[in-house]
Design a protein around this ligand. Structure first.
Ligand code: NAD
Ligand code: UD1
Length: 342
């Protein structure tokens, strides 16, 4: 049985990946400082899988603590989700983002080097492409100017990881560049847990439907798209989790063609904000309060992936459509308050 360290494993994407790792018979150790998650997620991972993963409440910026975790276990691989991820917060507090996201990564790589750990998968983002010159955006597209300190931490992290793979003979790494992860586990037991007012579209929709927010404001109705609203590539979080399992198997089975690989993880299909709202209403048989407002500053008109390389080389494909994303997101939203009350 292979041992995998999952940082940020109680967070949104990490928890879904932990579930699939356990289901595939990996032995999972989670490190998470609960800065953006709740401990009930660990209970719910156990409810879904029948197994409670090892869990350490450690801040990855504390080198001594994270190193103690490495001295107790010999990991076959690391999946590094832990990071702060709010674009707007990163603009106001770049210090917090550079400190947390970069020091966590550096500490982790240092521990891996000192303990001869061979494999790391990194949570990157389509935000590394900045404003791409052409769509769909493929892995061949260059990194353009980062649009936020958060985006810059992702670009810098990928560069750091590549440098480490060049200097350490046994180290391999895969960065997965996620497009827009949405939806929740089909059980309704784990999902996205936004603290405060959500910035992102789907949690805002579900909170509006739940009566927590009065109405959704659709940012911009005058884009050059089929209905005037902006287009993104939404990917079901369970499909995204599966991409990590596929990448891990590729590494562990020594199938990588180079020491550092990077893949787009999206569906290749772009949906507008109104497409998302309509799917949510239809599949859940609800009416959503919404109105149109000004474009959000910094937003781009369209973003969607070319996933040919991840489909062919990695051998991964997304399975779920927009309706599954919207029905699972709503199932989860209806359960959140119950879990938060305990
Ligand atoms: P999340 O906030 O739900 O999960 C991150 C987890 O990491 C949280 O549980 C948090 O408590 C933990 N964490 C943060 N800093 C830590 C530290 N210093 N020490 C220990 N634990 C720490 O976020 P998510 O949506 O699951 O995102 C996971 C990763 O994917 C992040 O790196 C994020 O930047 C990246 N990503 C997310 C999205 C998205 O839309 N959700 C898109 C692209 C990339
Ligand atoms: C945001 C981040 C991006 C990150 C991505 C995935 C910014 C500028 N970018 O992008 O770095 O990789 O999330 O987590 O924040 N919308 C509304 N009303 C709302 C919320 C959103 O109309 O209340 C619209 C937005 O204008 C956008 C679409 O919905 O057109 C999706 O927004 P969002 O979920 O925030 O994702 P991104 O903008 O793609």
């Amino acid at each position: 049985m292979k041992d995998i360290l999952v940082t940020g494993g109680l967070g949104y994407i990490g928890s879904h990946t932990v579930v699939q790792l356990i289901e595939k018979n990996y032995n999972v150790t989670i490190v998470d400082n609960l800065s953006n998650s709740k401990i009930f997620i660990l209970d719910n991972i156990e409810k879904i899988t029948g197994k409670r993963p090892h869990y350490f409440n450690i801040d990855l910026t504390d080198y001594n603590k994270i190193n103690s975790c490495f001295s107790k276990n010999k990991f076959d691989g690391v999946i590094h989700f832990a990071a702060l991820k709010s674009v707007s917060e990163s603009v106001n507090h770049p210090d917090k983002y550079y400190h947390n996201n970069l020091n966590s990564l550096l500490n982790l790589l240092r521990c891996m080097k000192e303990n001869d750990i061979k494999n790391i998968i990194f949570s990157s983002s389509c935000t590394v492409y900045g404003q791409p010159d052409k769509l769909p955006v493929s892995e061949k597209s260059p990194f353009k100017e980062a649009e936020s300190p958060y985006a810059r931490t992702k670009q810098m992290s990928e560069n750091i990881i590549e440098d480490f793979t060049n200097s350490i003979s046994y180290l391999s790494a895969i960065s997965l560049r996620y497009f827009n992860p949405v939806g929740a586990h089909h059980s309704g037991l784990i999902g996205e847990l936004p603290l405060g007012t959500p910035d992102n579209l789907v949690p805002y929709i579900t909170q509006t439907a739940a009566g927590i927010r009065q109405e959704l404001k659709i940012f911009g109705d005058d884009y050059n798209t089929h209905d005037g609203t902006a287009i993104r590539d939404y990917i079901h979080v369970e499909d995204l989790a599966e991409a990590h399992i596929t990448a891990l198997q590729r590494m562990i089975e020594n199938k990588m063609k180079s020491k550092y690989e990077y893949y787009n993880i999206g569906t290749g299909v772009g949906y507008s904000v109104l497409d998302v709202v309509k799917s949510f209403e239809n599949v859940n048989k609800l009416k959503l309060n919404y109105s149109f407002s000004e474009r959000r500053s910094g937003d781009i008109e369209k973003m969607f992936s070319d996933c040919t390389i991840s489909n062919k080389k990695l051998g991964w494909n997304s399975k779920n459509g927009l309706d599954e994303m919207m029905s699972s997101a709503w199932k989860w939203e209806k359960n959140i308050s119950k879990f938060l009350k305990g």
